[in-house]
Design a protein around this ligand. Sequence first.
Ligand code: DAH
Length: 333
Amino acid sequence: MDAESLQTEALGAILGAHTLAELDEVRVRFLGRSSQLKLALREVRDRETGQRLNGVREHLETAVAERQAILERANLDHSLTTESVDVTLPGTPIPRGHLHLITQIRRQVEDVFLGLGYEIFDGPEIDDRWHNFTALNTPDWHPSTSPNDTFYLADDDNLLLRTQTSPGQIRFMETHEPPVYMVSLGRCYRRDTPDPTHTPFFHQVECLAVDRGITLADLKGTIQHLARELYGPEREVRIRTSYFPFTEPSIEADVTCYLCGGAGCRVCGDSGWIEMGGAGVVDPNVFQHVGYDPEEVSGFAFGFGLERMAMLRHGLPDIRALWENDLRLLRQF
Ligand code: DAH
């Protein structure tokens, strides 16, 4: 075997290998077990030939190792350039949740009244007859006190799930001296069968202002401010007479329809007006129940449904949609 020409041939093949796989083939061909060189080494009988062949083997092994290092580095460079992350590309969108529609409207209403200097008050959801009915000038014979309408706690006809946020008025006045500017928002419960406009639980915002010289005009102005903040600066408010035990006079407040602006459309049932809820001038009997002097102070109050506000705002036709958690609907807001 001509060791010299074998070495030249092998070195050429090693340098000619352009991939690690090709280099491996070359290595097996010239340095593998059954390569010419290995076979010749096994046959060696004299020292001189052995040294010469081993020299060739070492030389080739070094050449393979060097070539391998070069190819590996090239591979690395290649993947670094081709596999790098382009941080300027848009990412995979991750769906983001949002606050429940009732929570959104609740916070908006709170913001409106905080902006007017009102205090936010939390009343208990389990309350008693006195706060939910009696102190609110609602006698025991009043139909709303019936267990057909009100959830009483088992074996107790005194404790109940509040049917309105109005008991918050009583609790606040019991613990604060006038002047009073407070709103109380939260859950209420009534024995109603679910339908498009009723659920056995719902939310109200209660507003109470008590000061010297408060009039119906202050009530109307406050409702108008709230309506304009929620439904836009063009909204007008009108009041109609109504009845509630704890207000005298009692009124029902309407706001011009946010969709048609008063012309009449499907949202407002062609009337141009949307009902906000009940309100009125605080009845002197209520003041007497909390130890306020009706000769000294007067007040207004209202209680509106948050579900109704959210339904109007988002054009929801059915109150139950707010509790069914259908993401196809909720994701739209
Ligand atoms: N609590 C009444 C209801 O649930 C709503 C209401 C009417 C609240 C008049 C008031 C008010 O504060 O003055 O139907």
